[in-house]
Design a protein around this ligand. Structure first.
Ligand code: ADP
Ligand code: MN
Ligand code: MN
Ligand code: MN
Length: 334
């Protein structure tokens, strides 16, 4: 029997690209082929020259349709088969190959917020819930909103074979997190984009929308980030390499901040477990730092570090490429 393949890609919307998908019926036994779409409807082409190419880069079982159906993560190419200007994966892959000898792993913590209409899920129609304090990793109907959807998303990611590592309720009610990794890039970013697509798709079933807005509620409420943990083989063996990586990020801070997600200045205020976007610092166990060295890493004198700056709405192809270029480039004296 034929199977259904849902082709997923990142569009050309600015300042923050979003996911698109469409379905293709494929004959039994055939792999998902190259396909095309109307780029004039996704900010990726003009109407008079509208065809853009979908090149499959990661195929996995489709947990929504089940059976033999597939999800097909794609990169967008021009019709001459070169990367489309909106394609951030190609440069990520190039950096990953350039620094392959350093075997960089990434683990990304994706925070997000469920919305029920115009308010975060579980919030009262008028006013605000009780202030932050009890919600992080909380339990109980007065503190936790959306758990059945979260569990369904986790099951879906496992079914799809994504490298999902865990989930937790976040500091703001209605806000949650899942983690992808630790694996190499661009795989970590491919998996994260598919996990995001599943987040939206499963939300549809429950009439709840998930958002990656970095500051979904103004005021004294946590923003949503995408803390990016990483390690080279040197860092996994040597603490000095962990410190050197943090120092290298500090020397290149403005470039990273400018590419870590739109409206980062609204989230990196220096309050709410962040350092200001205008500053750079790192420290052991410090959740108010730009970069945190986990305490176990300081104790073991080896491991990984956490770049806490990326926004929830960041492009993980860009974030992982920049970390590769900055950290691996510095390590080999570029
Ligand atoms: P936090 O305490 O910041 O909330 P989490 O447990 O949510 O941390 O996320 C930590 C992430 O770091 C996980 O995705 C995990 O896979 C990743 N990680 C662990 N070890 C490494 C490593 N050596 N290199 C890269 N990432 C790692
Ligand atoms: Mn976390
Ligand atoms: Mn978190
Ligand atoms: Mn974290």
């Amino acid at each position: 029997m034929s199977y259904k393949a849902e082709y997923i890609w990142v569009d050309g919307q600015k300042p923050t690209a979003k996911l698109r998908s469409k379905g293709k019926v494929i004959a039994d036994g055939e792999a998902p082929p190259i396909w095309a779409f109307d780029g004039s409807s996704t900010n990726q082409a003009t109407g008079d020259n509208s065809d853009c190419v979908l090149n499959p880069v990661f195929v996995c079982p489709d947990p929504v349709r089940g059976g033999d159906h597939k999800l097909v993560m794609c990169e967008v190419l021009l019709t001459d088969m070169t990367p489309h200007p909106s394609n951030t994966r190609a440069a990520c892959t190039a950096s990953s190959e350039k620094y392959a000898a350093m075997d960089m792993w990434f683990g990304i913590e994706q925070e997000y917020t469920y919305f029920d209409g115009i308010k975060p899920l579980g919030w009262p129609d008028n006013g605000f819930p009780a202030p932050q304090g009890g919600y992080y990793c909380g339990v109980g109907a007065d503190e936790v909103f959306g758990r059945p959807i979260v569990e369904e998303h986790l099951d879906a990611c496992i079914y799809a074979g994504l490298a999902i590592a865990g989930i937790n309720g976040e500091v703001m009610p209605g806000q949650w997190e899942f983690q992808i990794g630790a694996i190499t890039t661009p795989a970590v970013a491919d998996h994260l984009w598919v996990a995001r697509w599943l987040l939206y798709r499963i939300g549809e079933k429950h009439h709840v929308s998930a958002t990656l807005d970095p500051k979904p509620v103004r005021g004294d409420w946590n923003g949503a980030g995408a803390h990016t943990n990483f390690s080279t083989v040197q860092m996994r063996n040597d603490y000095d390499a962990c410190v050197a990586a943090a120092e290298a990020l500090g020397r290149n801070a403005p470039l990273h901040i400018a590419n870590y997600g739109h409206r980062i200045e609204e989230r990196l205020t220096g309050e709410h477990e962040t350092a200001s976007y205008t500053e750079f610092n790192y420290g052991v166990s410090d959740r108010g730092a730009s970069v945190r060295i986990p305490w176990q890493v300081a104790r073991d004198r080896k491991g990984y570090i956490e770049d806490r700056r990326p926004n929830a709405n960041c492009d993980p192809y860009i974030v992982t490429r920049l970390i590769l270029d900055t950290v691996c480039g510095a390590a080999i004296g570029e």
